[in-house]
Design a protein around this ligand. Structure first.
Ligand code: APR
Length: 252
């Protein structure tokens, strides 16, 4: 862990009452959630990502894509929130506002107890109707069996409620994310490479709106140059150290 960065980040955060957090795949690394590509092992390795995670891929072979997401849902169900997720959830209680904008689809922030979470790439646990009837299902496994199940509303296929290659982000979620980062005094950017837009543009929006930016990542990222402070280290180690409640003045 980068000790100098940690101290500077702690000092900066000590004055902050409205905090926003942007998280990416690295946030869940210590929970053992594989990234999209890391999950493409074994029999899945022979498929192109576009076959597994695009509207065209789904329409070409709905059962294949459904089975891929069912397998990933199982991996996520077995994962547990890590110390980083938990320390963010706990920090919310002593701030005026803590909003989390996540690119992760695993729901681990909510399972750790965070309430104000904006999921800009969707959630792998939810499914929704492929057509425009708009129905969303929190527990697709409760629906009549099938690969994939049919929408009880209109009879179309159900699809995972995630953003696929070539799809736009939900405008409401993106708007909420922009409002969260521009309305905060500081933005913590955790475990994202900063390569995928529009999420990667959020730190710059925050900065332009006057927020201070802190990056937490064991590796260099595209966002480092826009950061006030960079803390090199893993989320599960750095976040507890960064957000631990001050112990107050030491007894003399
Ligand atoms: N703690 C913090 N960061 C970590 C850790 C860790 N323990 N382990 C890895 N990282 C960092 C890596 O150094 C890297 O910068 O997490 C980042 C992961 O980068 P990406 O895999 O590019 O993930 P992300 O930025 O979330 O990608 C954005 O792309 O694949 C799509 O939709 C998917 O939401 C994803 C989006």
């Amino acid at each position: 862990m980068n000790e100098g960065g940690l101290e500077a980040a702690r000092e900066l955060l000590a004055r902050v009452r409205r905090l926003a957090v942007l998280t990416g795949a690295g946030m869940s690394a210590e929970s053992g959630v594989p990234t999209f590509r890391d999950a493409q092992t074994g029999l899945w390795s022979r498929f192109d990502p576009m076959q597994l995670a695009s509207p065209e891929g789904f329409r070409a072979d709905p059962p294949l894509v459904w089975r891929w997401y069912a397998w990933r849902r199982e991996l996520v169900a077995r994962a547990r929130p890590n110390a980083g997720h938990l320390s963010l959830a706990q920090a919310a209680a002593r701030l005026d506002r803590l909003q989390i904008v996540t690119q992760n689809v695993d729901g681990l922030h909510q399972r750790a107890g965070s309430r104000d979470v904006i999921e800009i790439h969707g959630n792998i646990v939810r499914s929704r109707c492929l057509e425009e009837c708009g129905l969303v299902y929190e527990r697709p496994e409760d629906l009549p069996p099938g690969e994939p199940p049919r929408c009880p509303g209109c009879g179309s296929w159900l699809r995972p409620d995630v953003v696929w290659f070539g799809e736009m982000l939900d405008p409401e979620a993106l708007h909420a994310a922009e409002a969260a980062v521009t309305g905060a005094e500081a933005l913590l950017v955790v475990g994202t490479s900063g390569l995928v837009y529009p999420a990667a543009g959020l730190p710059m929006h925050a900065r332009q709106a006057g927020a201070r930016v802190i990056v937490v990542n064991p590796q260099p990222t595209e966002i480092d140059s826009a950061a006030d402070v960079v803390v090199r280290g893993a989320a599960g180690v750095v976040l507890p150290a960064l957000l631990a409640r001050e112990s107050g003045s030491a007894a003399g």
